[in-house]
Unconditional design. Structure first.
Length: 736
């Protein structure tokens, strides 16, 4: 690991003259003579400098550069005829909209006197450990931006965000405030990849060549959204494969409206700008006020698309998820939603809990329907008391029984919502997000509580705290079943009301963080009608996410492949549910459903009352198998041996971080023409090590007890999978 040499905070004046102090072997180097910064994170180097005009300008982003001596100083771009001024052709690190800027700005502001010209120049910088802060200031106004760079040397990630501060006495209205702009090496031939979707069809992978013009992915919905996820990867399709070639990637940590744009100029300069969505955005800074933008994480690898997902998964496990590397593994969970929907009651839940425990579940979760006057989705949200008809003795008898069965207990909540048919709404109609006097559009019969309001945020925190304090609850499934509409906030002055986009999410994070601090053992799942709120912002406070309401195993293969491009499989809750599937009527064998769900954090969501003895027995065996491999699946390296999008068969492999175990899953979706199952060439093994293979069925014939890594990777394995929805899994244990 690289070590930083400068341990104390120092500000270096832009006008300081003297010998260049080059900080060799640190994660952040600065060459003062040419005013160049060089950041090292894993395989990634990132360089920028102060140009002749005093702007901070991007120089390099890509493979590791060992010596800062090789990097030229930043040089402003040329004026191209009289139409593309130098400000436009210079790739600034954080361009203000001002001077001759036609490219995407990182920040745009209107000052109190009507001035809208903002030109940011370097003032100073500070290096503290793995963090660099560069201060920029407008050329004449008391308006500064601090650009933060946090380097994660071991994970290969650089995090960037900005803090925008009005040092004057007059107000400034921000209309755009990005987290960062990233500049790709100059040239053509790039392809961008991103994720889109809708309810029950999240995580669809999209790709397009980056040609002059722009591609924008965004959410204007107040939360992350099913429709697009704030993740991207860019590569060179002629060079980059799943396992080799250059790839640049990034991910935003924000659970509100967001935007990432990929802008390629006619002169083949591609830049990626991301942060708060500029749509309907306005943030007024009075004198002395500041705004911090979300964190934009990014990285580079020369090892292909698969390595992007592995780097992100490791980074998330170490630095984002609560508990980091020390977090305990995800338990096998049972959730009653698809079995009972809103029809939950004491006897029914206890009966399911007993069955769930008998097949090996470790956590039992009551989903929607247990509170207020909730019978269907048109009432009760906001009234977080236990429904007396369904649970006449409160939750205690169920919780006690769950505990006596050796499981812990979890419960569903949807804290940010209110049904108009609720005591809360009757008491506080003003708490709903809306514009006074205008319609309040309901979705799923519910409205949003305006969490930007302090009284609402206090209420939400206190009912959750009470619920968790009064009941032995280990886990909350935190749902969020609609997006914003009519986002009014009339409790603050008109020119402050658009701050709702920031204040709402800040308060959400604050509630989650306070709750976790007070109840350190509590775990939380982020759910939003499936995968509508999955991002590196919410994942700082939640242990797992529900990626989709689509639990059909065949669809899940594709959704999971998309999900794991951006997020660790360990955070992905995946249930085995009943067939025919409620969504598409498809019937898939139980074993196939289990082996698909085992690619994440395994859950069971079927109605166990209807499962046969044989199915319960098979479940018991498969749940036990999952427990023997979950460390590898949840924390290991994922290799996509065959992706489900392009093939009628697919296969995933996970290798534990210490290399001692590997797990292979193989699926035949549908067999055509009697074609044999493709030979699988494993990856990520030690060529000279020997592995003992354990099978769960008779789909693989072995001629010897142990096999070398070499053989497994080059000769490969041939499984005898036949017919539709055949599947298998094997485990490889490295022989010591
Ligand atoms: C949407 C979630 O995604 C489902 O799993 C379930 O919890 C329902 N909401 C309950 O209303």
């Amino acid at each position: 690991m690289r070590k930083i040499l400068l341990t104390s905070a120092i500000f270096v004046s832009a006008f300081f003259c003297g010998a260049a102090p080059v900080l060799a072997q640190s994660s952040i180097e600065y060459a003062q003579d040419k005013k160049v910064f060089l950041l090292h994170a894993g395989e990634q180097s990132y360089a920028f400098g102060v140009n002749e005009r005093g702007e901070l300008q991007s120089i390099f982003w890509g493979a590791q550069l060992k010596s800062i001596a090789d990097i030229p100083p930043a040089k402003v771009g040329p004026d191209v005829a009289s139409f593309d001024g130098s400000t436009t052709t210079t790739p600034q690190e954080y361009p203000g909209w001002g001077s001759v800027l036609y490219t995407e700005p990182a920040i745009k502001a209107t000052f109190e006197d009507g001035n809208r010209d903002l030109v940011l120049h370097y003032v100073s910088h500070k290096i503290e450990g793995d963090e660099l802060t560069v201060e920029l200031k407008d050329i004449s106004l008391p308006f500064v931006v601090q650009l933060h760079y946090r380097v994660y040397p071991e994970q290969g990630i650089i995090a960037r965000w900005s803090v925008i501060e009005n040092l004057g006495t007059k107000f400034v209205n921000l209309e755009d405030a990005a987290s960062a702009a990233w500049t790709l090496p100059h040239g053509e031939g790039y392809e961008a990849h991103w994720l889109t979707g809708h309810w029950a069809a999240e995580w669809q992978q999209q790709s397009a060549a980056l040609v002059p013009g722009s591609i924008v992915i965004e959410s204007r919905r107040g939360s992350t959204s099913h429709q697009a996820n704030p993740w991207f990867e860019i590569d060179r399709p002629h060079e980059t494969t799943e396992e080799s070639g250059p790839a640049w990637f990034g991910e935003l940590g924000w659970s509100g409206s967001w935007r990432i744009s990929f802008d390629t100029s006619a002169m083949q300069q591609t830049r990626i700008t991301g942060g708060y969505n500029t749509f309907d955005f306005a943030y007024k800074l009075s004198g002395g006020q500041s705004l911090k933008t979300p964190i934009f994480y990014a990285g580079y690898t020369s090892k292909g698309r698969g390595e992007v997902s592995r780097l992100l998964a490791h980074f998330q496990q170490a630095e984002i998820f609560p508990g980091g590397d020390k977090a305990k593994l995800r338990p096998v969970l049972y959730n009653s939603w698809e079995a009972t929907e809103f029809n939950v009651d004491e006897a029914g839940q206890i009966a399911l809990a007993e069955k769930a425990a008998s097949i090996g579940a470790e956590r039992f979760v009551i989903d929607d329907g247990w509170f207020g006057q909730r019978k269907v989705d048109n009432a009760g949200l906001g009234d977080w008391y236990v429904n007396q008809q369904k649970f006449p003795h409160g939750l205690k008898p169920v919780i006690d029984r769950v505990h006596s069965l050796g499981m812990d207990f979890g419960i569903w909540v949807e804290p940010e919502m209110v049904n108009p048919d609720s005591d809360l709404y009757r008491k506080h109609p003003e708490w709903a997000m809306n514009f006074p006097g205008r319609p309040r559009t309901e979705e799923r019969n519910q409205l949003l509580l305006n969490l930007a309001r302090k009284d609402v945020a206090d209420y939400v925190y206190s009912f959750l705290d009470k619920l968790v304090s009064e009941n032995d609850i280990a886990f909350l499934k935190w749902d969020y079943n609609r997006n914003w509409a009519e986002p009014g906030w009339d409790a603050v002055p008109v020119d402050e009301q658009k701050k709702i986009y920031v204040a709402y999410v800040d308060n959400l994070y604050d509630i989650l963080s306070r709750l976790r601090a007070k109840h350190p053992k509590l775990e939380i799942e982020s759910c939003s009608g499936g995968g509508g709120r999955v991002d590196l912002g919410i994942l700082r406070y939640t242990d797992e996410v529900w990626p989709s309401d689509n639990t059909d195993a065949l669809d899940r293969l594709v959704l999971q492949d998309g999900f794991t491009r951006a997020y660790s499989s360990g955070a992905m809750m995946a249930w085995v549910t009943d067939v025919p599937n409620f969504l598409d009527n498809r019937t898939v064998p139980l074993k196939f459903r289990y082996l698909v769900a085992m690619n994440g954090s395994l859950g069971i969501g079927g109605n166990l009352n209807h499962w046969t003895d044989a199915e319960m027995q098979e479940s018991k065996t498969l749940v036990a198998y999952y427990k023997s491999i979950r460390q590898t699946v949840q924390r290991g390296d994922l290799y996509r041996l065959m992706t489900p999008e392009e093939n009628s068969a697919s296969s995933t492999e996970y290798v534990s971080r210490d290399g001692s175990q590997a797990v292979v899953f193989a699926y035949l979706h549908s067999q055509r023409y009697g074609t044999p199952y493709p030979t699988l060439h494993l990856r990520g093994l030690q060529p000279d090590a020997r592995y003992r293979i354990k099978t769960i069925d008779d789909k693989l014939k072995l001629s010897s007890e142990t096999v070398s890594g070499d053989y497994l990777m080059h000769e490969g394995l041939t499984f005898n999978l036949t017919g539709d929805y055949d599947s298998t899994s094997i485990t490889l244990e490295r022989v010591p």
